[in-house]
Every structure is written in C-alpha cells, then in structure tokens.
Design a protein. Sequence first.
Length: 374
Amino acid sequence: MKPVCESNGFIERFILGEGDLSFAVKDTLDVAGFRTQAGCQALADKPVAAQHAGVVATLLANGCVLSGKTTLHELAFGVTGVNPWSGTPVNPHFPSLIPGGSSSGSAAVVAAGEVDFALGTDTGGSVRMPAACCGVLGLKPGYGVLSRHGVMPADSSLDSVGLFTRDAGTLRQALNRLHIVVESPLEALPAITFIPAALPEIDAALLRFLAEADVQPEQGELSTLTDAHLAGMAIISHENWQAFSALLATNTVSADVATRIRAGANVSADALAEAEKVRQRFSDDVDALLAITPLVALATLPELPPTLDEAKDPLSVVNLTRLVRPFNLSGHPALTLPAGTLDGRPVALQLVARKGAEGLLVQAAEWLTARHRR
C-alpha cells in the first residue's frame, strides 16, 4: 500500500505518549506497531517494528508526545527530498523550492508549526540541508552521541540522529529530554573562525548576519574540506551498497536511487582506505581550528536552494552537500540556523564545535537569534 504524504510531510499521524513537547520522526526510525519503510516501495510489506528506536523510547519516557512519521528522500539517499512514491512535502515558507533531503518531511512539519521538534538522520547533511532549505534550525550531534538502535540502516560510520526545531530554546528542551545537558545561556559568544567556502554573495550575507550581532569572526581555511566531501561520498556509497543492494532485486527502487546504490559496488578497498586517511586528516584539521576558537562557522549550503524545477536535473544538485558532508566524516557536532534570505531564497549559517560540545552550539544559536530579535 502506498503511503499518502500530506503536503506538510506526514505520512502517518498518530498520538503516542503524554507530555508537553510534541515531535515527529523520520520514517527510518522504528516506532513499535508501524512499518519502517524509508520512503521505499520495496519495503512496503515489511513487518511492523516490534519496539521503538532508542531515541524514540527515551523521548516518550521523558514527557514528549509522538505525533507521527514523516516522509523522506527514498532510502535517505538523496538531497532534494523529492519522492514520487511516499510523497514530496511542500517547503512551507518557500513552496517553489525543494524541501531538501533526505529528512524532508521532518524539516517541513517543523517549519509548518505542526510539532515542536522532529527527528531526522544526517549521514551527509540530511538534517542540516533540509533545515537550511525550510528555514529552521537543524542539529547533527557528534557521531555516536545519540543512540542509533532501531535506525535504518543499522550500520553506518557517518550517520547521526539529529533534530529540527523552530527556535533554540526548544532545541535545548529536546536535548535535555535526551539526556544531553545544555548549560546556562551565554553572556558572550566565544570567538569564531569563519571559513569562506560558498558563493561570494552567500559568504557576504553570512558575515553581515554576524556583524549585525556584533560578531567579528577570525578568517580561516580548511584546505581538506573538498577532500573530506569526496571521501564521505565514497564511504556512504559503499555503506549504502552493503545496506540496500538486496532491495534492487525487487525492481521497485526508483531509478535514480538504484543507480546510486549500484555505484557503491565499484568503491574499491584502496578508495575506502584512502577515505579513512582523509577522515583522520580532516578531523585533525578541524580540531586544530577549534583549538584556536571554540566555534567554526561557514555556510550550510554553498549555493542557494534550487527550485523543484531546477532540481529535476540530478547533476545540478550534486554539490549542495559539500559543506555539510565533511563533518559527518569527522564526526564533529554541527548546527545550522537561518540567517536571512537572498533573492527570496533562504541562507543558513553552519556552526561547528569540538566533539562533545553540542551544548555550546545550542547556546551559540540562542545568543545569535536573541540578538537578531532585538
């Protein structure tokens, strides 16, 4: 049976739990009694989950109400959020633009005000990118910080469960329910290194956004950023081949996703070994920057989000993750927050902190957004 995606991104609505915070979950996380279909027809008849994913169970035990499951880019393997089988959500604030992938539905239901927060997964930017497209906050915690038990695919060296919210205060509350303590609000923002890596007009807009909050960042560079993006692509390609290649025999995986899965069979052992070397080099480079300033800032997306029509050409969107994917490779926590618009399209600032410093990212987002409300 084909799931029906409401325009805001839900594919199944229900109420589980009692509490004061409502949330939704991407349909790659198990919810007991419901199928985990990952937006893929090949999983339409999969047995229902026997138990909740670890993060879902934790939230339900800590005063949160689950409102339903959301659609996504098929098998969480794409950046546009377009899904002809389980549905493509409308980007609430920018309806002509892509909602972003892969956690498109979770970003959309938060942007639409349907829930207080939502869970997604981020293997190569799949929380931060749709958050940037839909004009909300998106946090990718450090690798391994939140449990991936009951999350598809079961094995990943890149993926993290992440969160979407409309404001930093709600993000603080949600993390507290997940036993990630965020300290008291900052009195002053710590020093920031800014990495110019996007289109010049986007970088200029982000520097204006910071200047309007009286922030004058240091200028820096990450020479291994491109290498890290390519290494992350090689690893996700290999790991998704391992996770999903058996589904190709059904002939029901969409053509573009099937092509990307098949490409993973050609990632050689030498390429994977080199990717792991890049992982270490890039992680060391990020750590070195964070030893100078506690925060690193750069654009979330290197270009403005495309329209749905522009994104019909897969080659036109291939580089949209080149500034987010590297931090999946290194495992550092990263957060995106809205930073205005250019030509009617959203611009977003990405903040990166040392491993274990998710709380600092939330504090920084609170500090910056408070100054832009003045």
